[in-house]
Design a protein around this ligand. Structure first.
Ligand SMILES: *Cc1c(COP(=O)(O)O)cnc(C)c1O
Length: 382
């Protein structure tokens, strides 16, 4: 395959080549990576639960009770009591009749979208939706139309000119690379007006957004009729691994029968589900984590503003600094590492061309001094 060498070279030349760094510590404010200890501003462990002692203890206890592997898919004999109870607790948390565990958020999105739509249908996606939502739409065979980012008037127009009877509107709740939120209060009435079904992927909202951490649906008290298909992930704010879809009993039963990425894969280790019950409890009860996170976000935004760094109008833990060129993003990330700060450059095709950025994320695991150190290091941007 000549194409392999050619494309690798092209990527290098365009500053788009991706490499992995080896992390040898748990997640936390500081991590050991490639043999150095760096202040970590790029993980999605927003509540600081990925290495919480109670979650680690629950994982150990879960392993003692259930062993390591699930042994099979959920529909064979891999559906353990730990999975089952976690599904009930997740459903209750987001105020939906039922929830269904998937092995990853990627699989939840691909499986759900392609189960709900087919050749004769249309899917409307925000232009900045996560790759898994785009891939789900592609694999469904449905017509895909993308509306301008957060532009509900454009969505309305596209729906008006779509003739398909079944319409699925799909959006990130919190946009993963931009940190802004979908305008749910406007999406819901537009969906209703056009008899479309609304699907929200709140991978970065669950645990973080809303006083109770129920995500973007909490901010507008969106019912199951308003947002019939809700996706959440467990590997971000909840600090473990896996994902879920929440909705009506019929939706969940339908996905069990038809979602291929649910049916044809091994269930996540039951011990992980068991540990997630503990992290879900901590995320619900320890409201100070969200309060602390919010205060740190405000501190960061105020500090950045003093440096003249412009940030999008968003108060989520995702605070991207746009630098446009991939080469610049790489250089700045390297300069920050020199100063003891870990921030990944995010480049195309993860973001549109010309929109490379430093994606800074904050966590309740950080302290004020950590944020101050970040701000201090960001003087490299000047
Ligand atoms: C991370 C992410 C996913 C994928 O979730 P995984 O569990 O990591 O596969 C899906 N959607 C969005 C918006 C994400 O940011």
């Amino acid at each position: 395959m000549q194409r392999i060498a050619r494309e690798l070279n092209e990527r290098r030349a365009q500053h788009l080549y991706r490499t992995r760094r080896v992390c040898s510590s748990p997640q936390g404010a500081r991590i050991q990576i490639d043999g150095r200890t760096l202040l970590n501003f790029c993980s999605n462990d927003y509540l600081g639960l990925a290495n919480h002692p109670a979650v680690v203890a629950a994982l150990n206890e879960g392993a003692s009770r259930y062993g390591v592997g699930a042994g099979a898919a959920h529909l064979i004999n891999g559906h353990s009591a730990a999975h089952h109870v976690l599904e009930e607790e997740l459903a209750e948390f987001v105020g939906r009749p039922r929830a269904l565990l998937f092995s990853t958020g990627y699989m939840a999105n691909v499986g759900t979208i392609s189960a709900l739509t087919g050749r004769d249908d249309v899917i409307l996606e925000d232009r900045l939706n996560h790759a898994s939502l785009i891939d789900g739409a592609r694999s469904s065979g449905a017509r895909v139309r993308r509306y301008r980012h957060r532009d509900v008037e454009h969505l309305d127009e596209l729906l008006t000119t779509s003739t398909q009877a079944e319409r699925l509107i799909v959006s990130d709740g919190v946009f993963s690379m931009d940190g802004d939120c979908t305008p749910l209060e406007k999406l819901i009435p537009v969906a209703r007006k056009h008899s479309a079904t609304l699907m929200v992927d709140d991978a970065h909202g669950i645990g973080v957004v809303g006083t109770g951490g129920r995500g973007t649906i909490e901010t507008v008290s969106a019912s199951v009729d308003d947002v019939p298909v809700l996706v959440g992930t467990l590997g971000k704010a909840l600090g473990t691994f896996g994902a879920f879809v929440a909705g009506s009993a019929d939706l969940i039963e339908y996905l069990i029968q038809t979602a291929r990425s649910y049916i044809y894969t091994t269930a996540i280790p039951p011990a992980v589900a068991y540990a997630t019950r503990t992290s879900l409890r901590l995320a619900r009860e320890e409201t100070w984590r969200r309060d602390k996170l919010r205060a740190l976000i405000e501190r960061f935004r105020a500090g950045a503003q003093q440096l003249g760094i412009s940030l999008p109008d968003a108060s989520t833990p995702i605070q991207p600094v746009l630098v446009h060129e991939s080469e610049t993003a790489n250089a700045l990330s390297a300069a920050l590492a020199e100063r003891g700060i870990l921030v990944q450059p995010i480049r195309p095709p993860t973001v549109p061309k010309g929109q490379a950025r430093l994606r800074i994320t904050l966590s309740a695991a950080h302290e004020e001094q950590d944020v101050d150190q970040l701000i201090d290091a960001l003087t490299v941007l000047k």
